[in-house]
Design a binder for this molecule. Structure first.
Ligand code: SAH
Length: 377
C-alpha cells in the first residue's frame, strides 16, 4: 500500500519504500556520520512498521460549508492537507479526529483561522496507551470560553466511549507551538497511563513521551544493557522526561538522579516513582547543563550517566560537567545523528571513547533515526 499524502505531507520521506529499503537507507546514514567512531551495529527494525505513533496531532479546519475536517501541515508550511488515514498514526486516534470534525457543524464550532485570528478549535492531540489502551484527547482551542462544552464532551464520548480523558488546552497565541499554557480537564483524569518495561507511567498532555512504544522497550533495554549496572551505582538520568529510563534502570542501581526541565514532566515523574514504589530515585527540575555544573562544582559522584537530549543535542556546559563528574560509562541516547556526532567529538577530546553504536528504528516511514551509544573512559 502506498501513502496517498506522501507527496504533499512531507512527514514521511521514506513511507513508499519497502521497509527493508528504509532500514538500509538509515543504516547508511548512521554509518556515514558515525562509523569514524567505531562499528555501527545493524539497525533494529520493527516487525510491523505501521500505525506505531501513539501520539497523533491533527490541525483542525472548516470548509466553506462549515464542515470540519482535520489534517497535517504540508512540509514547511501552515497549509493543511486533509488526512483521514495516516499509515504511521494510531488508527483509533485518526477515527477520533474524524469524529470530532464531524461534530463541529452541528455545534456551530469553527476551526481557528491563523491569518484572521477567528474561530475556535485549532488542533487535536491524541495520546493512546499502547498496553493500557487508555486514550487522552486534547482539544486545543483559541479561547478559554468553550461553548456547550458539556454537550460536546457528551457527544464525543457517545461516539467513543473508549476515550479515558478529555482536556481543553487554551492557545490564543500566534505561534507554531501546538499547546498553550492554560488547561482544563473536561473529562477523566487529565492524563493517560501506559506500561513500559513492566512499569506504569502517567503521561500528561505537555510531557514528552516516546511516540513508538514497541521500539522504546527495545531502546531502553539496549540502554540498560550498555549501562551494565551491578546495583551499587549512582546513576544520572539527564533529559529524563517523565522519568522512564531512570525508573527502568533503578532496579539495577543504588540510586538514580533524574534531571528534566519541563515542570509537567517532573510532576508526572514524581507520581510515577510513587506509583511504582521506587524509592531510590530523585527528581530535579532544572536545565541539565546547569544542574550538572552544580554537581561538578560540589564534587558529587556519579558512576553512570544516561543522557537523552532533544534533537538539538546537548551543550558544552553539560558535556564539560559530565567529564568533571567522571562517570565510568555514559549511555547517550540520541534522536539526531548530526548533533550526536558533534557531541561525541566533544566527549572524544575529553577522553571518553565510543564503545558501542546501536541504531534503533523508532520512526519507520520517516528519515529520523534513534541511536544508543556507549562511551567509557
Ligand atoms: N528520556 C525521556 C525524554 C527524552 S526527550 C524519554 O525517553 O522519554 C528530551 C527531554 O529533554 C524532554 O522531556 C525535554 O523536556 C527535556 N529537555 C529539553 N531541554 C532540556 C534541558 N536544557 N535540560 C533538561 N531537560 C531538557
Amino acid at each position: 500500500m502506498k501513502c496517498p499524502y506522501s507527496k504533499k505531507c512531507g512527514g514521511c520521506q521514506n513511507i513508499n519504500l519497502p521497509y527493508e529499503e528504509q532500514l538500509k537507507l538509515k543504516q547508511k546514514y548512521v554509518d556515514r556520520l558515525l562509523s569514524s567512531f567505531g562499528k555501527v551495529n545493524p539497525i533494529i527494525g520493527m516487525e510491523d512498521p505501521y500505525h506505531y505513533r501513539n501520539k497523533v496531532h491533527h490541525v483542525v479546519c472548516t470548509d466553506s460549508k462549515g464542515n470540519g475536517y482535520t489534517g497535517i501541515y504540508a512540509e514547511n508550511s501552515h497549509r493543511v492537507i486533509p488526512v483521514d488515514h495516516c499509515m504511521i498514526e494510531n488508527e483509533k486516534a485518526d477515527e477520533i479526529c474524524a469524529s470530532i470534525a464531524s461534530l463541529m457543524k452541528s455545534f456551530k464550532m469553527k476551526a481557528y483561522n491563523e491569518d484572521r485570528g477567528t474561530g475556535f478549535l485549532r488542533h487535536i492531540l491524541i495520546r493512546t496507551g499502547h498496553i493500557t489502551g487508555q486514550i487522552l484527547v486534547v482539544l486545543v482551542v483559541a479561547s478559554p470560553v468553550f461553548p456547550s462544552k458539556h454537550n460536546f464532551v457528551k457527544a464525543l464520548r457517545k461516539l467513543h466511549p473508549e476515550i479515558s480523558s478529555i482536556v481543553a488546552n487554551v492557545n490564543n497565541r500566534g505561534t507554531s507551538m501546538v499547546l498553550g499554557e492554560k488547561q482544563q480537564v473536561l473529562y477523566g483524569k487529565g492524563y493517560i497511563e501506559d506500561i513500559l518495561c513492566g512499569k506504569r507511567f502517567r503521561i500528561s498532555p505537555k510531557s514528552f513521551y516516546q511516540v513508538n512504544s514497541v521500539q522504546t522497550e527495545v531502546l531502553y533495554a539496549k540502554a540498560v544493557e550498555y549501562a551494565r549496572l551491578s546495583g551499587k551505582e549512582t546513576v544520572i538520568d539527564a533529559y529524563s522526561g517523565i522519568g522512564t529510563i531512570g525508573m527502568v534502570a533503578s532496579d539495577h542501581a543504588k540510586e538514580v538522579i533524574s534531571i528534566e526541565l519541563n515542570e509537567e514532566a517532573v510532576k508526572d515523574a514524581f507520581a510515577n516513582a510513587k506509583n511504582n514504589r521506587i524509592r531510590n530515585i530523585r527528581f530535579v527540575k532544572a536545565d541539565a547543563g546547569n544542574h550538572m555544573k552544580k554537581m561538578a562544582i560540589q564534587k558529587q559522584h556519579a558512576d553512570l550517566v544516561f543522557m537523552d537530549p532533544p534533537r538539538a543535542g546537548s551543550d558544552a556546559k553539560f558535556i564539560d560537567s559530565v567529564v568533571r563528574l567522571g562517570p565510568e560509562r555514559i549511555v547517550y541516547i540520541s534522536c539526531n545523528p548530526v548533533t550526536l556526532k558533534r557531541d561525541l567529538e566533544m566527549f572524544g577530546k575529553k577522553g571518553y571513547k565510543v564503545r558501542k553504536i546501536q541504531p534503533v528504528d523508532m520512526f519507520p516511514g520517516t528519515e529520523h533515526v534513534e541511536t544508543v551509544v556507549l562511551l567509557s573512559k
